[in-house]
Design a protein around this ligand. Structure first.
Ligand code: CAA
Length: 413
């Protein structure tokens, strides 16, 4: 049975359009600094009616396999973590299975627990490998989501869309999990939810921030308990980087502050000496890896892993072997804190993993275009039999959703 397990390959795929947060702030009559500093977002990815959870997941998956030279036949488990599925019954994962040409012997399913869904998939895949059931095969885990709160709502500046694909294997080329350190937390709370009848999420915004921070603290205590009462192995002073779920980048700053408070066991005033230490730590361990999130927005299940991509695209050989922390939070709520180490040789893949070119090629929308697209998405699968033309939305070539026929979803190949 394999003794080590971790992430062997990663890739991001996002929508082809975005809106600038300063443009959005101006249109909403809000000071731009509220969105760019208070929320901490520069741009927001916008899906057209021809991009959905399936198209983003399949393209991220394809890119991860190709960039890391993995044959689809090596995949024995495919899990898509999403909270914005396309069907109440049929999993996104089975469309992705077909689009990627994965073997019929590959087990395939979807996981849901808000933004925690992909982390749940990742740990299940690691368990599958360590239990010896993979028999030399790898697992493909894809986080894919579209965050939508509605035009003019408080949640609007925290929307976004995108997918992160990760291959899990016993000889991981990127990061290796530490199976000894892990904290979990579950509590039924109504901080954020999306009923079956709604395309938009409901959020009790400020309460959701409190629930997130409480979950982080509880996970940390659970991890300490499981580690025999000591946090030595994951003290903030030894961690090279801390990754948190990022619904908006400013949330990661609040999380790092609470992480420090939890470790020290007391409150920290921002303008105290300790407050300055936390600020330094934030600049060193968190802020450098928030750039992709700031340009994409919230991608729910994939947000945490987008920071990891940002870190790995900047990785140098000095980071290899260093420990990092990963905190996943899913509203509702479920959370996990885990520790991993950067694999030896990971820095070699910094170009293969970098989605910078893809983001630079996106089309900037003005707010009118964004609103028109947003409304068109509401209608996109209401009229069965009507073909949606990708060219209408400026999309050419590639994989796109083109509407339903006889209630069956259709994709260009
Ligand atoms: N210049 C600079 N900063 C400004 C400013 C200005 N002119 N005006 C306001 N700000 C600051 C505020 O001080 C505040 O910062 P602090 O939190 O550090 O005090 C920040 O901008 C936001 O201002 P408000 O709190 O007034 O903003 P809001 O009430 O409009 O809503 C929100 C913010 C609650 C995050 C809202 O966008 C929301 O509901 N988002 C969706 C829910 C969410 O993302 N929750 C996160 C935790 S749950 C989770 O993580 C799961 C998930 O993915 C959804």
């Amino acid at each position: 049975r394999p003794t080590s397990v971790g992430i062997d390959a990663m890739a991001f795929h996002g929508p082809e359009c975005y809106v600038d947060m300063e443009d959005l702030a101006e249109a909403r009559g809000v000071a731009p600094a509220k969105f760019t500093q208070g929320i901490g977002q520069r741009q927001m990815a916008v899906v057209t009616p021809c991009e959905d959870t399936v198209t983003m997941a399949a393209q991220a998956g394809r890119r991860a396999l190709q960039a890391f030279d993995i044959d689809p036949d090596e995949i024995g488990t495919l899990i898509v973590g999403t909270e914005t599925g396309v069907d109440h019954s049929k999993p996104v994962a089975v469309y992705v299975h077909e689009l990627l040409g994965l073997p019929t012997s590959c087990r395939t399913f979807e996981t849901k627990h808000a933004c925690y869904g992909a982390m749940a998939g990742l740990t299940s895949a690691a368990d599958w490998i360590q239990a010896g059931r993979a028999r030399g095969r790898k697992a493909l885990i894809i986080a894919s989501d579209i965050a939508r709160y509605g035009l003019g709502t408080p949640g609007e500046p925290t929307q976004g869309a995108g997918a992160v694909a990760m291959v899990v294997s016993p000889d991981p080329r990127l990061i290796t999990f530490d199976p000894e350190i892990e904290g979990d937390y579950t509590r039924q709370v109504m901080d954020f939810w999306r009923p079956l009848y709604s395309k938009y999420a409901f959020a009790d915004g400020h309460y959701s921030i409190d629930c997130y921070l409480d979950a982080l603290e509880s996970c940390w205590h659970d991890a300490v308990g499981k580690a025999g009462g000591s946090h030595e192995a994951f003290a903030l002073s030894v961690l090279d980087a801390c990754f948190y779920h990022v619904p908006f980048t400013r949330m990661a700053k609040k999380a790092h502050h609470r992480h420090w408070e939890t470790e020290l066991g007391r409150a920290i005033e921002r303008d105290s000496e300790d407050g300055a230490r936390v600020e330094d730590s934030y600049r060193q361990r968190v802020e450098p890896w928030l750039s992709l999130n700031a340009d994409v927005g919230n991608i729910y299940t994939g947000s945490l892993f987008l920071c990891l991509i940002d870190y790995l695209r900047q990785a140098t050989s000095e980071r290899e072997g260093r420990p990092i922390s990963l905190f996943s939070y899913g509203s509702g709520c479920g959370a996990a804190l885990s520790i991993a180490r950067v694999s030896e040789g990971a820095a070699r893949f910094h170009r293969a993993i970098d989605p910078g070119g893809q983001l630079a090629a996106r089309r900037r929308l003005n707010v009118e275009e964004y609103e028109e697209i947003f409304r068109a998405c509401e209608e996109s699968d209401r009229n069965d039999g009507e073909r949606i033309d990708p060219a209408r939305w400026g999309l050419t070539g590639g994989l796109h959703y083109v509407g339903t026929a006889d209630h069956r979803r259709r994709y260009t190949k």
